[in-house]
Design a protein around this ligand. Structure first.
Ligand SMILES: [Zn+2]
Length: 158
Protein backbone atom coordinates (compact mmCIF):
# COMPACT_ATOMS: atom_id res chain seq x y z
CA UNK A 1 0.00 0.00 0.00
CA UNK A 2 1.06 3.53 -0.63
CA UNK A 3 2.21 5.59 2.29
CA UNK A 4 -0.52 7.72 3.82
CA UNK A 5 -0.69 11.14 2.26
CA UNK A 6 -1.18 14.38 3.99
CA UNK A 7 -4.75 15.39 3.46
CA UNK A 8 -5.15 17.77 0.63
CA UNK A 9 -8.12 20.00 0.09
CA UNK A 10 -7.64 20.28 -3.63
CA UNK A 11 -9.56 18.23 -6.12
CA UNK A 12 -9.03 14.55 -6.78
CA UNK A 13 -5.78 13.69 -8.49
CA UNK A 14 -6.09 14.56 -12.12
CA UNK A 15 -5.60 11.84 -14.67
CA UNK A 16 -3.58 13.38 -17.38
CA UNK A 17 -3.14 11.99 -20.84
CA UNK A 18 -0.48 14.51 -21.73
CA UNK A 19 2.95 12.99 -22.10
CA UNK A 20 4.43 16.35 -21.25
CA UNK A 21 3.20 16.21 -17.68
CA UNK A 22 5.45 14.88 -14.96
CA UNK A 23 4.29 13.64 -11.58
CA UNK A 24 3.32 16.52 -9.28
CA UNK A 25 5.77 15.39 -6.62
CA UNK A 26 8.68 15.39 -9.05
CA UNK A 27 7.65 18.84 -10.20
CA UNK A 28 7.44 20.11 -6.63
CA UNK A 29 10.93 18.80 -5.95
CA UNK A 30 12.25 20.43 -9.08
CA UNK A 31 10.78 23.76 -7.96
CA UNK A 32 12.27 23.41 -4.50
CA UNK A 33 15.70 22.66 -5.92
CA UNK A 34 15.52 26.02 -7.63
CA UNK A 35 14.35 27.85 -4.53
CA UNK A 36 10.72 28.12 -5.59
CA UNK A 37 8.06 27.33 -3.01
CA UNK A 38 5.80 24.74 -4.69
CA UNK A 39 2.30 26.09 -4.20
CA UNK A 40 -0.49 24.17 -5.94
CA UNK A 41 -0.80 26.80 -8.64
CA UNK A 42 2.93 26.88 -9.28
CA UNK A 43 3.01 23.11 -9.59
CA UNK A 44 0.09 23.26 -12.03
CA UNK A 45 1.83 25.86 -14.16
CA UNK A 46 5.17 24.07 -13.95
CA UNK A 47 3.70 20.71 -14.89
CA UNK A 48 2.86 22.14 -18.28
CA UNK A 49 5.52 24.72 -18.97
CA UNK A 50 8.52 22.75 -17.72
CA UNK A 51 7.58 19.71 -19.76
CA UNK A 52 6.49 21.16 -23.06
CA UNK A 53 8.48 21.45 -26.27
CA UNK A 54 6.04 24.01 -27.64
CA UNK A 55 7.76 27.24 -26.58
CA UNK A 56 4.44 28.76 -25.46
CA UNK A 57 3.68 32.41 -24.84
CA UNK A 58 2.43 33.43 -21.41
CA UNK A 59 -1.14 33.54 -22.72
CA UNK A 60 -0.79 30.05 -24.15
CA UNK A 61 0.42 28.82 -20.77
CA UNK A 62 -2.53 30.52 -19.12
CA UNK A 63 -5.00 28.90 -21.54
CA UNK A 64 -3.50 25.49 -20.96
CA UNK A 65 -3.39 25.74 -17.18
CA UNK A 66 -6.97 27.07 -17.06
CA UNK A 67 -8.22 23.83 -18.59
CA UNK A 68 -7.45 22.11 -15.32
CA UNK A 69 -7.39 25.05 -12.92
CA UNK A 70 -10.12 27.43 -14.11
CA UNK A 71 -9.58 29.74 -11.14
CA UNK A 72 -6.00 30.61 -12.00
CA UNK A 73 -5.62 34.25 -13.01
CA UNK A 74 -3.64 35.69 -15.89
CA UNK A 75 -1.59 37.74 -13.43
CA UNK A 76 -0.67 34.64 -11.45
CA UNK A 77 0.53 32.90 -14.58
CA UNK A 78 2.55 35.92 -15.70
CA UNK A 79 4.12 36.41 -12.28
CA UNK A 80 4.87 32.72 -11.93
CA UNK A 81 6.56 32.56 -15.33
CA UNK A 82 8.67 35.55 -14.40
CA UNK A 83 9.58 33.95 -11.10
CA UNK A 84 10.52 30.66 -12.79
CA UNK A 85 12.67 32.58 -15.25
CA UNK A 86 14.45 34.45 -12.47
CA UNK A 87 15.15 31.15 -10.74
CA UNK A 88 16.64 29.61 -13.85
CA UNK A 89 13.85 27.13 -14.58
CA UNK A 90 12.85 28.80 -17.83
CA UNK A 91 14.32 31.04 -20.43
CA UNK A 92 12.33 33.84 -21.90
CA UNK A 93 12.99 34.21 -25.60
CA UNK A 94 11.97 36.75 -28.19
CA UNK A 95 12.14 34.83 -31.44
CA UNK A 96 9.96 37.14 -33.47
CA UNK A 97 8.94 40.71 -33.00
CA UNK A 98 6.35 41.01 -30.30
CA UNK A 99 6.42 37.32 -29.61
CA UNK A 100 7.77 36.39 -26.22
CA UNK A 101 7.90 32.71 -25.43
CA UNK A 102 9.12 30.49 -22.62
CA UNK A 103 11.54 27.61 -23.00
CA UNK A 104 12.22 25.02 -20.31
CA UNK A 105 15.41 23.95 -22.07
CA UNK A 106 17.88 26.32 -20.48
CA UNK A 107 20.98 24.74 -21.99
CA UNK A 108 22.28 26.34 -25.19
CA UNK A 109 20.41 25.32 -28.33
CA UNK A 110 19.11 26.85 -31.53
CA UNK A 111 15.59 27.30 -32.87
CA UNK A 112 13.58 26.72 -35.98
CA UNK A 113 10.51 28.88 -36.56
CA UNK A 114 7.96 27.55 -39.02
CA UNK A 115 6.81 30.42 -41.22
CA UNK A 116 3.46 28.80 -41.94
CA UNK A 117 2.38 27.57 -38.54
CA UNK A 118 4.48 29.70 -36.24
CA UNK A 119 5.61 26.54 -34.47
CA UNK A 120 8.98 26.77 -32.74
CA UNK A 121 11.24 23.76 -32.57
CA UNK A 122 14.56 23.14 -30.90
CA UNK A 123 17.66 22.51 -32.95
CA UNK A 124 20.38 20.77 -30.96
CA UNK A 125 23.43 22.88 -30.25
CA UNK A 126 25.76 20.55 -32.12
CA UNK A 127 23.58 20.43 -35.24
CA UNK A 128 24.87 23.85 -36.31
CA UNK A 129 28.25 25.41 -36.27
CA UNK A 130 28.76 29.14 -36.25
CA UNK A 131 32.24 29.88 -37.49
CA UNK A 132 34.56 32.61 -36.33
CA UNK A 133 32.35 33.88 -33.57
CA UNK A 134 35.43 34.21 -31.37
CA UNK A 135 37.04 36.45 -33.97
CA UNK A 136 34.41 39.19 -33.95
CA UNK A 137 36.36 42.31 -33.40
CA UNK A 138 35.76 44.24 -30.24
CA UNK A 139 33.02 41.91 -29.05
CA UNK A 140 33.20 39.67 -26.05
CA UNK A 141 30.46 37.20 -26.96
CA UNK A 142 28.71 35.78 -23.91
CA UNK A 143 26.13 33.69 -25.72
CA UNK A 144 24.40 33.38 -29.05
CA UNK A 145 21.59 31.46 -30.67
CA UNK A 146 20.70 30.82 -34.28
CA UNK A 147 17.06 31.24 -35.30
CA UNK A 148 16.34 29.37 -38.52
CA UNK A 149 13.15 30.18 -40.40
CA UNK A 150 11.37 28.18 -43.04
CA UNK A 151 8.79 25.53 -43.62
CA UNK A 152 8.88 22.04 -42.20
CA UNK A 153 9.09 19.48 -44.95
CA UNK A 154 6.45 16.79 -44.76
CA UNK A 155 3.88 19.19 -43.31
CA UNK A 156 2.70 20.36 -46.72
CA UNK A 157 -0.55 22.15 -47.12
CA UNK A 158 -3.09 20.22 -49.18
ZN1 LIG B 1 14.05 25.92 -27.28
Amino acid sequence: MAAPRKSNRSAAPARDASAATAAPRAIAEQLERHGVRPSAQRVAIASYVLGTEDHPSADQVWARVKERFPMVSRATVYNTLRHFTEKGLLRELVLAEGRQVFDPVVEPHHHFVDDETGAIRDIPWNALKVAKIDELEGLDVREYMVVVRGVARGARKG
